[in-house]
Design a protein around this ligand. Sequence first.
Ligand code: ARG
Length: 458
Amino acid sequence: MKLWGGRFTKPTNELVDEYTASITFDKKLAHYDIQGSLAHVHMLASCKILSQEDAELITDGLHKVKEKIDQDDGLLTVENEDIHMNIEKLLIDEIGPVGGKLHTGRSRNDQVALDMRLYAREAIVEITNLVVEVQKALHNQAQQNIDTVLPGYTHLQRAQPILFAHHLLAYVSMFQRDVERLRDSFKRVNKSPLGAGALAGTTFPIDRELVADLLHFDGVCENSLDAVSDRDFVLEFLSNASMIAMHLSRLCEELVQWSSAEFRFVELDDAFSTGSSMMPQKKNPDVAELVRGKTGRVYGNLFGLLTTLKGLPLAYNKDMQEDKEGMFDTVDTIKGALALFAPMIDTMQVKKENMYQAVRKDFSNATDLADYLVGKQLAFREAHAVVGQIVLYCIEQNKYLLDLSLDEYHQFSTLVEEDIFEKLAPEAVVNARNVQGGTAKNRVQEQLNQSETLFREN
Ligand code: ARG
C-alpha cells in the first residue's frame, strides 16, 4: 500500500506510477533528504514533539537507510514515487512503525524545497570554485603572453593590435561577474523552507530556526506559501549558469577559430583534442565545440523551468517536480565543462609568431596614423579621410602602412615625417593605448595585478 493510500480503494494504474514518479532522477537528492530529516527529527525531540527515544531510533534508522541506499540504489522503487517516500518507506521497513513519526509536522512540499536548496547551495560553491580555476588558467596564460601582440577584432575584421594577455583578461573579468553573481545568489538560496508544511505551516510547536541552524541556513523562508512554491532560487541558478555557459561558449568559438589553419594562433594540446575516423590529418577542437554546443541545453533548462512556473497558482503544484532534471543536467553540464576548461587553457600552445605576423599584414595601425595626423593639428575627421585614401592606395599596391616610403606618404599628406615608422610599429601602437583598462603593456600588467588580488579574495 502507498504511504498515502488510506482514502483510495484501488491501486494506481501502473502507467500513472511510472509517469508521476520522480525517483529515477530525484534519487540524486537522497543525501540531502536524509540530512534534512536528521535535522527535523532532532528538532522534533528538542521541542518535545517526539520522545528522545523515538528520535534516537529514527536517527539510527536514517543512518542505516543511507548506508543501504549507498550500497544499492535498486532499493528505490517507482511504486514509492519519489526520494522522500522511498526513504520513509525504507525507514519504516528498518525500524518499524515508529519510522512513521518522522513526517510529523512536515510535508513533502517543504521537504522537497529544502532538498533542492541544499543541493543548489552545494552546486553554487562547487561551481564557483571551478570558475575560479578557469580564471586562474586564463591568468597564467595571460602572464606568459604579456608581450604577445595579435590583431584585436571588431566585426571579426582586424581592428587594432592588442596584447594577447589583454584579450585573455577580458574573460577573467567576465568570469569574475559570474563568480559575483553566484555568490550573491547564495544568500537567497540559503533560507530554510522547513516548517512551511504543505502550504500553511503546521499545528505542532516546531522550531524552524533550530532546523535552519542545524542545516547552516542563514534564516527561514518568511512566508509558508512562498516557501513551498518558490523556485526562484533554481531559476536564478539556471540563469547564472546560462551566463557562464555563454561566456564559455564565446571563448570556445575563439578557440575553434584560433586553432583553424586560417588563424593558426593557438594549438590545443593533443590531450584536449580529437581525431577524425576518416581524415588522418585532422586534429579537432571537439571539447571547445561541445562546450559551445551544450550551451543550448543549459539555456533550454532555464526556459523550460521559466515556462513551467509561469502559470502556476500558489502554492505547490506537481508541475514543480519538473524543476529537477533541468537543474541536475545544468549542474553536471557546467561542472563538466569547467573542469575540462582549466587544463585545456593551461596546456594550450600560443603561436606568438603567427599572431605577430598577422599584425604585420593588416591595417590595424591605421587609427594610429590618423591619431598621428591629429597630433599635427589636422582635425580627426579630415585625418580619417586622408588615412582612408592611404589604405585604399596600399590595397591597390598590395602594401601595408609600414611598407610605404615617406614620398608615398607625402602624396597624401606632407604632415607625415620620418618618425611615423616607429609610431606605427605594433609594439608602439599597443603601448600608445596607455589608458586605464587599455592594452598598453603597463596597463595590462595592472589588470594582471588586480586579478591576482581577486584570486586572493576568491
Ligand atoms: N516529487 C515531488 C517533487 O519533486 C515531491 C513533492 C510532492 N508533493 C506532493 N504533494 N505531491 O516536487
